[in-house]
Design a protein around this ligand. Structure first.
Ligand code: UT7
Length: 336
């Protein structure tokens, strides 16, 4: 393969210590462990507690360890992109706050808001800076403190989401490892089914919006579920077809962790058996932009140089996409 590709040369996840289990939720809303497990696959989620802590604090923990693994100083980072829908503040960008907390003084940074597909959008964007030859060390973070925008009186959403973050380091590669192909899509008409009603410029925060609970996630689950199955499975099959990849060629599917039934449908469409599918939704729930890097981090010891990996996501926007990666290193050699 000619030219420079953007290789992931390190990955690291972070979840906060506090747990919210299905048993805990049974005490808060009218739900059952059985319903949550059978409809979503989730058993527990991690929740970030502590005054003043936000998405940046989880991201900083992930990026610090990421840099330690590669023996890289924060000053060496050229660019940091943060995918999130739960920024610390409306502005400045959470990426700027992360860089400041890390001491990444030579990096510029910005946020990407593409909900559950955010990590794929940010990874693709970061890759372009590497491929163009202008940037040598790009950190891509995906993370969300979903507990900050969840109504814990709404059983249809509070059982699904958790907090967490993950980060990857992108560096140039001349042997064809890294991001090989990307398909990204969006359809804003889907916003009616998944959004936050207030707090933006169209409906700024007011006493009325707070009283009406309009600063929480609104989701009409069924239409989102149907669109997720069709589009996540479709785009995953499409990226295989257009690159002449057969199921046997794929080492791993790394799906966004929204619902085990959506993941299963995607794997079936790709012809993959379940042992090739990364699933950790039972432990973390849906961490929005955090799910894919958290999977890569959990499975890092099993990843081998040359593995063909398909990342795939669907989420609010609607946004969706798939990325084909050729993994660049043997994960078992990484000293934790
Ligand atoms: O990551 C971002 C993108 N988001 C997604 O991909 C999420 C996509 N949607 C989903 O994963 C599913 O639609 C949900 C998990 C949100 C809901 O599962 P569902 O199988 O679509 O359930 P439903 O909304 O059709 O509700 C079925 C029943 C309803 O009761 P009735 O009307 O049949 O009496 C709900 O009120 O389940 C009820 N229900 C619950 N029952 C117990 C809804 N939430 C709960 C709950 N516990 N937590």
């Amino acid at each position: 393969m000619a030219g420079i590709t953007a290789a992931i040369t390190a990955v690291q996840g972070y979840v906060p210590d506090d747990l919210l289990t299905n048993a805990d939720l049974e005490k808060i809303v009218d739900t059952t462990d059985e319903w949550i497990r059978s409809r979503t696959g989730i058993e527990q989620r991690h929740i970030l507690k502590g005054e003043g802590l936000g998405t940046s604090d989880m991201a900083v923990e992930a990026v610090k360890k990421l840099l330690d693994k590669r023996g890289i100083a924060p000053e060496e980072i050229d660019l940091l992109i943060c995918a999130t829908v739960t920024p610390d503040m409306v502005f400045p960008a959470t990426a700027n706050i992360i860089c400041d907390k890390l001491g990444a003084k030579n990096a510029f940074g910005f946020d990407i808001g593409a909900a559950c597909s955010g990590f794929l959008y940010a990874l693709t964007t970061g890759s372009k800076f590497i491929e163009s030859g202008t940037h040598k060390k790009v950190v891509v973070v995906g993370g969300d403190k979903m507990s900050s925008i969840i109504d814990y009186e709404d059983r249809t959403t509070c059982v699904i989401f958790g907090d967490g973050a993950g980060a990857v380091l992108l560096e140039p590669d001349e042997d064809g490892y890294g991001v090989c192909d990307t398909i990204l899509r969006s359809d804003g008409a889907g916003r009616q089914y998944l959004h936050m009603k207030a707090g933006g410029s169209a409906k700024p925060a007011s006493h009325e919006t707070v009283d009406a609970k309009e600063h929480y996630v609104f989701q009409d689950g069924q239409p989102v579920f149907k669109a997720a199955v069709v589009n996540m499975a479709g785009v995953s099959a499409e990226i295989m077809e257009r690159n002449n990849l057969e199921a046997d060629d794929i080492a791993w599917l790394v799906p966004h962790q929204a619902n085990l039934r959506i993941i299963d449908a995607t794997a079936r469409r790709m012809g993959l058996s379940e042992e090739k599918v990364m699933v950790n939704i039972q432990r973390y729930g849906n961490t929005t932009a955090g799910t894919i890097p958290l999977c890569l981090s959990d499975w890092e010891p099993q990843l081998k140089k040359g593995d063909n990996i398909i990342l795939s996501a669907f989420g609010g926007g609607f946004t969706w996409g798939a990325v084909w990666l050729r993994w660049a290193y043997d994960g078992k050699d990484v000293v934790k």
